[in-house]
Write a protein that binds this ligand. Structure first.
Ligand code: ZN
Ligand code: ZN
Length: 335
């Protein structure tokens, strides 16, 4: 709590000194110097926040007893998740390998995510729940990370941040984002007390929820995350909306919704080369998206709730095609 209060105070002091440029920055954070963060301020969840919420959900998957952190690596254009990890063992081993008794035997979240992403792709963006340690900062530098977004700073992360700055990397403190109408920022999910453990499918489901908030469709906001069959890699993400980066509403006939569906956006990115994919959705798919999922090699679909149109044809088709449908029961009902 004391740390959170100190950070809040530091944030207020910082904002008082900053020039008044908030209206000219998309996510309202002038310190976020990423080139895609230009343009008039907007009141929908920034992608940066969606990725940090995914990192927070991943932190809750960690088997570590005390120090649970999450990390997400994203392509420079913000379109692809290149790697994701939490402190502990390998995601599929769920922390069973490597002695949990030794404090230093866990992989750090950043290391885990960097191992999955590799170093072929440069200028990656790193989203972490806590500022990285010195060694993870060096790993990020050597693996071609250009921007680091962190939720909280700890004593452990001070030298890491210093090293990243010295290497010319953009280091951005990103407190939890909320719409302007929602009042001050609450403490993040992993700040203070350790929240209950979460499974990896639940973390992906939370990511889909955080993406849905970006939808520009006023009637139903859908989020979609497509991952590999072993749940280790995110292959595509999407939400329902128009053509990326432009206003295309003038082109849409009045009797049509004209939105590209979340599933279609995610499958466009994931492609059909990899089979047995798993799809996480906020709402059940329409029949056309069910066909898209079947034809692009999706083996299993996780959903939170039926779609608002009451269209059950998509689910029926998936089941007829032998695809598994899993309903997300939610955290509250599981515990
Ligand atoms: Zn580290
Ligand atoms: Zn659809």
């Amino acid at each position: 709590m004391a740390r959170a209060r100190a950070q809040a105070a530091a944030g207020q002091a910082g904002s008082a000194l900053r020039p008044r440029r908030r209206s000219a920055v998309k996510d309202g954070r002038p310190e976020n110097t990423h080139p895609l963060n230009r343009g008039p301020g907007q009141d929908r969840i920034p992608l940066y926040e969606s990725f940090l919420r995914f990192a927070e959900a991943l932190a809750r998957c960690s088997p570590a007893a005390a120090h649970r952190t999450g990390c997400v690596l994203v392509s420079f254009n913000l379109e692809r998740v290149l790697g994701a990890g939490f402190s502990g063992g390998a995601a599929s081993a769920r922390g069973r390998l490597g002695g949990a008794r030794r404090r230093d035997s866990h992989l750090h979240a950043e290391e885990h995510a960097l191992l999955i992403a590799g170093a072929v792709e440069k200028d990656k963006l790193m989203f972490v729940t806590e500022a990285p340690c010195l060694l993870c900062a060096a790993r990020a530098i050597n693996s071609g990370v250009s921007h680091v977004y962190y939720r909280t700073a700890t004593a452990r992360g001070c030298k890491g941040l210093e090293l990243l700055r010295r290497a010319g990397k953009a280091v951005i403190h990103y407190p939890r984002w909320r719409p302007r109408s929602a009042g001050p920022h609450p403490i993040g999910l992993v700040g203070g007390r350790l929240p209950p453990r979460m499974t990896l499918p639940e973390a992906y489901q939370h990511f889909a929820e955080a993406l849905a908030l970006r939808s520009t469709d006023g009637s139903q906001k859908v989020g979609c995350v497509v991952v590999s069959g072993d749940l280790e890699r995110v292959l595509g993400i999407g939400y329902n909306g128009g053509a990326a980066g432009i206003d295309d509403r003038d082109f849409i006939p009045a009797d049509r919704s004209g939105y590209v569906h979340a599933e279609e956006n995610a499958l466009l990115k994931a492609g059909a080369i990899e089979k047995d994919k798993v799809m996480f959705l906020t709402h059940t798919p329409c029949v056309m998206c069910a066909k898209r999922a079947i034809n692009s090699g999706v083996a299993r679909i996780h959903c939170r709730q039926p779609n608002q149109r009451g269209d059950a044809m998509g689910l029926a088709l998936l089941q007829q095609a032998g695809k598994q449908v899993v309903w997300w029961k939610g955290e509250a009902r599981r515990r």
